[in-house]
Design a protein around this ligand. Sequence first.
Ligand SMILES: [Zn+2]
Ligand SMILES: [Zn+2]
Length: 169
Amino acid sequence: MKILIADIPDEGLEVDITEKVSLDDVSQPSTVKARLDVTKAEQEIIIAGSLQAELQLQCSRCLRDFRRSLDIPVNVVYHPLEEEKKGERHELMDDEMDLGFYRDEIDLQELFREQILLNTQMKPLCDEQCKGICPHCGTDLNISACDCSSRQTDPRLEVLRKLFDKGKE
Ligand SMILES: [Zn+2]
Ligand SMILES: [Zn+2]
């Protein structure tokens, strides 16, 4: 959904929508629900509210797919694009707010995508404690253990062992 700036009435706009948003490499397209207040303050457009989304992610350690629900507060101030071109600096009064620019419309898809990506780790984990996959045999260590690590010798111990062997000669 796109909001035409000219269509925003002086008293503001309440938006209640459900939209499918594509999320590039991070997740399969996700259905986003949002409740937003759109208000005009002279040249600025303020969008505030929250969005909910359920993402289908892949764990960066064990490669399993998992779902994660997001509930993100939205607080964005949009300025006219010409201001950005002129290089005007914008001091944000509130660091909780994000900054955006508009030409003559605001694309909510774009807003949702940005907000979700900002709130998603680049390397998602199914669980902070995820043990991942053994790099030697490929066993998912969350499901079962393997004995690769016990078979491997610590390189520091290896040095000691050689010294010890030498001493025996
Ligand atoms: Zn995992
Ligand atoms: Zn292993």
